[in-house]
Design a protein around this ligand. Structure first.
Ligand SMILES: *Cc1c(COP(=O)(O)O)cnc(C)c1O
Length: 426
């Protein structure tokens, strides 16, 4: 069957045999097309990735690594995984890559388990200052197994990391791993400084660049390997635009420990359909168009941040150096982040509520929202659209109780979106 017909046939079978799932799928397709996605960890993946994800690679067990598998029938899985690994090494300029982590959380877990014993110390960022759940949140298993100590940012220094304090904590607690990389930190990372501290106390350097992976791949943000980092982890589904997965990248001396930790240490069979999609994603990241995309993500973030601040909104860190920004909605509009998120939902702009450094409010009603440009940039939006979106957002938040007004704004947002197709949906 021609592939186009086969795809149609698959969808028709789903529609016919499981209308409940099919209806939800169509609803999600419409939602993604209708509004603007500004959650900084989200993106629209490539049609080729959707094809690889929905392929028969999902059928195959491939426990082990290329050339060293536990089951037969691996000629194509080996090709696919080798391709993904080689491309990952080329994109991130490193000696070794493991592409099997099932997502970002097991990816970080595998690194900890490769090098730490229970109770060992990791030095990571304070969670309200931008650290991720997997950087030892008390509610996470990792936070209970290992001993996480925290450095912080300095509000009086526009949210820059306090390296004085970081060095002092490192000297006192002798961590095994010094961890940088964040989920809500709008600045670039000073890898050289982290490396100096880690060397002083004999710690491994780990950068979790999950959010900015695509920007590092596109060469528009610093690459931790240029500063001698040991381990770099990144999700593949955020700015990198791929399927949901994780890469663990490292230099040769750490390769064996990492591979063993992922399999058989933590996981069983890798998701070969995802690995095929990761190979596609990294192939795309090697194209000149991807560099242009990554650069535009940054331009759009500058435009959005600037337009918001010009209209009186207050950003944590006073701007952005990457693809994201944290808007202090309490200071700017006297609204908590939950109400702000809901108000923007009402005008078809998707954002997420976000705790800000030392947030006095509880996590489900925090003091801010987080915005980012990777997804909107994928649809082809540029600086002019960012300015327009900033204006609509500020107006909506300033008049959040005026339902008629919000409806008018929603129509305008949805009209704008008609001009920007979602890849894979046309
Ligand atoms: C998103 C993210 C992760 C975890 O990824 P999941 O795929 O959601 O498990 C880990 N670290 C950082 C910094 C992230 O932003």
């Amino acid at each position: 069957m021609e592939s186009r017909d086969r795809l149609m046939a698959q969808r028709e079978m789903l529609q016919h045999n499981d209308p409940a799932v099919y209806c939800a799928l169509v609803g999600e397709e419409e939602r993604e097309q209708k509004g603007v996605e500004l959650i900084p960890s989200e993106n629209y993946t490539y049609p080729e990735v959707l094809a690889a994800l929905g392929s028969v690679f999902t059928n195959k067990y491939a426990e082990g690594y290329p050339g060293r598998r536990y089951y037969g029938g691996q000629e194509y899985t080996d090709q696919i995984e080798t391709l993904a690994v080689e491309r990952a090494k080329q994109v991130f300029r490193c000696e070794h890559a493991n592409v099997q982590a099932l997502s970002g959380s097991p990816m970080n877990q595998a690194v900890y388990m490769a090098f730490l014993k229970p109770g060992d110390t990791v030095l990571g960022m304070d969670l309200s200052h931008g650290g991720h759940l997997t950087h030892g949140a008390p509610v996470s298993h990792m936070g209970q197994i290992y001993h996480f100590v925290r450095y912080r940012t300095e509000p009086e220094n526009q949210g820059r990391i306090d390296f004085e304090q970081l060095r002092q904590i490192a000297r006192e607690t002798k961590p095994k791993i010094v961890l940088c990389g964040y989920t809500s930190y709008p600045r670039d990372y000073d890898y050289a400084e982290f490396k100096r501290v880690a060397d002083e106390v004999g710690a491994i350097t780990m950068a979790d660049i999950s959010h900015i992976g695509g920007l590092v791949a596109g060469g528009v943000m610093r690459n931790p390997f240029d500063y001698g980092f040991d381990i770099v982890t990144t999700t593949t589904h955020k700015s990198l635009r791929g399927p949901r997965g994780g890469l663990i990248l490292c230099c040769e001396p750490f390769a064996k420990a990492i591979d063993k930790s992922v399999f058989p240490g933590l996981q069983g069979g890798p998701h070969m359909n995802t690995i095929a999609a990761i190979a596609v994603t990294l192939g795309k990241a090697l194209q000149p168009e991807f560099k242009a995309y990554a650069a535009q993500v940054l331009h759009n973030a500058q435009a959005l941040a600037h337009a918001l601040m010009t209209q009186g909104a207050q950003l944590v860190t006073g701007g952005t150096e990457n693809h994201m920004m944290v808007l202090d909605t309490v200071k700017s509009f006297a609204l908590d982040g939950k109400v702000a998120e809901q108000t923007l939902d009402a005008i078809s702009i998707t954002t997420n509520k976000q705790i800000i450094p030392d947030d006095p409010n509880p996590p489900l009603r925090p003091s801010g929202i987080r915005l980012g440009t990777p997804a909107a940039t994928t649809r082809g939006m540029k600086e002019a659209q960012m300015q327009q979106l900033a204006e609509w957002m500020v107006n909506a938040l300033a008049r959040h109780q005026d339902e008629n007004y919000l409806n008018i704004l929603r129509q305008q947002v949805e009209e704008l979106c008609l001009d920007y197709a979602v890849p894979g949906l046309t």
